[in-house]
Every structure is written in C-alpha cells, then in structure tokens.
Design a protein around this ligand. Structure first.
Ligand code: NDP
Length: 384
C-alpha cells in the first residue's frame, strides 16, 4: 500500500539518506512535503524528482528563487516560518523530522499534532521541549520513532521487553575526531578538523557536536525523554568503531545490542519499514574484517559536555532548552572562527550559570526560553 511522506530538512544529510531509500522504493511512497532553509535550487530539484506536492523554504527571501526553479512543474512553492509549519501539518502518513537545531521544533510539533508517524532525527527539538513534545505525541495519537542511530538501536533492543526490567541503557559514542587529543591541542582545533568525523558523514553542526561530545550529551537528554527508565540508568561508553550503536542490559544480566555499519540509512530504513523490515543498499556487517570492537570510559575533563547535559536533564524544566540554545550559538561562533573549540563547553556552562528560567508549559514558552538563552549567549560571548 502506498504511504505519503514528508521530509523536513530534505536538503541535509539525513534528508539525502531518507530520499535515497525512497528513490529505491518509489512504488511504496508518495512524497507530500519537502523543506529546506535556503537551498532553493537543490530543494526544487528534489521536489521535481520526487513529484512532491509542496516545497517550502524557511528563508522567505528564497521564495522567488524556489518559484522560478519550480515553474511549470505544478508543485506548490512557499516560504517562511508559518508556511513551513502549515506544510508540516498537511498530514502525511510519515514525517521525517530532520531540520537541524531548535528551528525544527515548531514544524515537528505541527506534524505531531496531525498524528501519524514521526521519525525523529532532530534531537535539538526533543531536548528543548521534551515534556511538551512527548505529551503532544500521546495526546494526538502520534507515533514517535527515533532515527538517531543510538536511540533507534535502543528502541530495537527494547522491543518485546518491559522497561521495568531494564538495568542500564548504554549509549555508545565514537568519541569524535578529537577523542585522543590533549587539551592544548583541542584549544587549537579548527572547524575543518572538527567537521571531519572518522566514521560518519554528517552535517556541520552535528559533526562539531560529536567532536565536543555535546552530541552525546544531547542524546542523553533525548534518551531520557524517549525511554523513561530514570536518568541514573542511562550511561555513556566510548566505542571508537561505531559498530555497536547502543545497548540495553536487563535485570537478569542479558545485554542486547544493535550492531550495523556506520550508515544512517540503516536506522532510517528501520523506521520507514517499522514494524516490518526492508532491504537497504548498505554494506553488510563484516565483523571478521573489522576485527576489534573496543570500549572505554568517557573523559569528562577534556569533554565536559556530557556532565553539563546530565546536570541539565536532572534540573529539567527549561534548562535543557538553555543548554541546547547556548550550544547552538557557540557552535555557530566556532564554525565562524569567532571562538576556540574549547570555549564551546565553557560558554555553554557560562550561559547555564546566568539563567534559570521557569519550566515552560507550552511551545511558545519553550521558544521564548530558547530566544532568551540565545540572546544571553551572544551577550556573554561579546563580553568574554
Ligand atoms: P544538515 O545540516 O545536513 O541539514 C539540515 C537541514 O535542515 C537542511 O535541509 C537545511 O536546509 C535545514 N535547515 C537548516 N536550518 C534551518 C532552519 N533555520 N529552518 C528550517 N530548515 C533548516 O543536518 P543533518 O542532516 O546532519 O542533521 C539534521 C538533524 O538530524 C540534526 O538535528 C542532527 O542532530 C540529526 N542527526 C543527524 C545525523 C546525521 O548523520 N547527519 C545522525 C543523527 C541525528 P538548507 O540545506 O537549505 O540549509
């Protein structure tokens, strides 16, 4: 049976992996909405290829370019934040939430409010609005399937088991490109070095997050909202090969792990086909060729991000949104050459120390906390 799909963040790395799978299964999917920020030409190309119903750019200034690129196609073109939310709410059977950053929160919530299946890559949205988003999923009868590889692994390992039997959920972390670097060397790390991940090919922001370990910190908070076993049962282990994507240990001593190649099409395919399975073009896992799988404890001295994230999750309320917003501002400044790599976590800690908002109770309040945290982050950065 043909299902409809919308891809929010279609021009990004997750968008490309998703559309690659759709391209190989054209009979199974009808593409409803595709979105981008400002990359109108690439978006129009994808919209034409997949005969999408509507294409939306978040940046309103790019609408004329999008219209021009889509002229004669019959595909609706729109732009700006309200259009993005409207398009997300058009009610596809399946929505892939793959916008980067808290910018994806409102469109993801719009999709959730229409029900259906939401495949979530956009971890910043869940980190910023965890309680509100999970409540909306329950209220609107939506299904949230994680496609972040670690959370997808945990989701798979939990199938058929009650959460009360869980002793530990262990998130694996590659440790990023700098996992063996000294503090002194880290302080001189360049954006080009930070975005060159040893195992994964990803967008710039998540690559920097992987290098600072904020990615794992955000994932810890993401897991806290997705799998309610208690924060004290969530732990992190460094696994440089990125083959074991996460594990669940049960009270009887059994540990279930999900393994696979470092290819995001594996977790995306797992969500697209759920609860069935589908073929992918991914290389089969050859453990004899890989030879060794190694594990070690994270170093929170050189990489304080996971400690900051755990503290933010413990504090709850609006604090995870502050952590996320401060990190987004710091990562953008690092990529722009304005601050040193080692200032990213220090800067996030400064912002967290400056601001304790009341717990938000609505999407608008989360966005207000996010905006205030960004403003403070910029002021503190200028003052530093
Ligand atoms: P990319 O930077 O590759 O792509 C981001 C997408 O979001 C693009 O389509 C971009 O459009 C769009 N976008 C950017 N800013 C805005 C905005 N302000 N409003 C609307 N759309 C916007 O990111 P990734 O694909 O790497 O990551 C997407 C999400 O998935 C992130 O939350 C990331 O943490 C998560 N994730 C990614 C993984 C990966 O392997 N890449 C793995 C696990 C999770 P445009 O092209 O026009 O800029």
């Amino acid at each position: 049976m043909m299902r409809s799909i919308s891809v929010l963040g279609a021009t990004g790395s997750i968008g490309a992996s998703t559309l690659d799978l759709i391209r190989r299964n054209r009979d199974a999917w009808r593409v409803e909405t595709l979105t981008a920020n400002g990359n109108a030409v690439e978006l129009a190309k994808l919209a034409r290829e997949f005969s999408a119903s509507v294409a939306v750019v978040a940046d309103e200034a790019k609408v004329p370019e999008l219209r021009e690129a889509l002229s004669g196609s019959g595909i609706e073109a729109a732009g700006g934040a309200p259009a993005l939310e409207e398009a997300a709410a058009r009610g596809a059977d399946f929505t892939v939430a793959a916008i980067v950053g808290c910018a994806g929160l409102a469109p993801t919530m719009a999709a959730i409010e229409r029900g259906g299946v939401i495949a979530l890559a956009n971890k910043e949205a869940l980190v910023s609005a965890g309680e509100i988003m999970t409540a909306a999923v329950a209220r609107h009868g939506a299904t949230l399937l994680p496609i972040d590889s670690e959370h997808n692994a945990i989701f798979q390992c939990l199938q058929g088991n009650a959460v009360e039997h869980v002793r530990w959920i262990t998130l694996t972390a590659s440790g990023g490109p700098f996992r063996d670097w000294s503090w002194e060397r880290l302080s001189r790390a360049t954006p080009a070095e930070a975005i060159k991940h040893p195992n994964w090919d990803m967008g710039a922001k998540i690559s920097v997050d992987s290098a600072t370990m904020f990615n794992k910190g955000l994932e810890l908070i993401e897991a806290h909202y997705l799998f309610p076993v208690g924060l004290d049962r969530l732990r992190i282990i460094v696994h440089p090969q990125s083959i074991v994507h996460s594990m669940v240990e049960y009270r009887d001593g059994s540990t279930l792990a999900q393994l696979g190649p470092s290819d995001m099409r594996v977790p995306i395919a797992s969500a697209l086909a759920w609860p069935e399975r589908m073929d992918t073009p991914c290389a089969p896992l050859d453990l004899a060729e890989i030879g060794e799988l190694t594990f070690r404890k994270p170093d929170e001295q050189r990489f304080p991000a996971t400690r900051l994230a755990r503290e933010a999750a413990q504090a709850g309320g609006g604090i995870p949104a502050v952590l996320n917003a401060a990190n987004e501002v710091a990562v953008a400044a690092f990529l722009d050459g304005q601050i040193a790599f080692t200032r990213i976590a220090a800067h996030v800690e400064d912002v967290l120390g400056s601001f304790a908002p009341p717990a938000p109770t609505s999407l608008a309040e989360v966005l207000a906390v996010d905006g205030e945290a960004r403003a403070r982050a910029r002021i503190l950065m200028e003052a530093a």
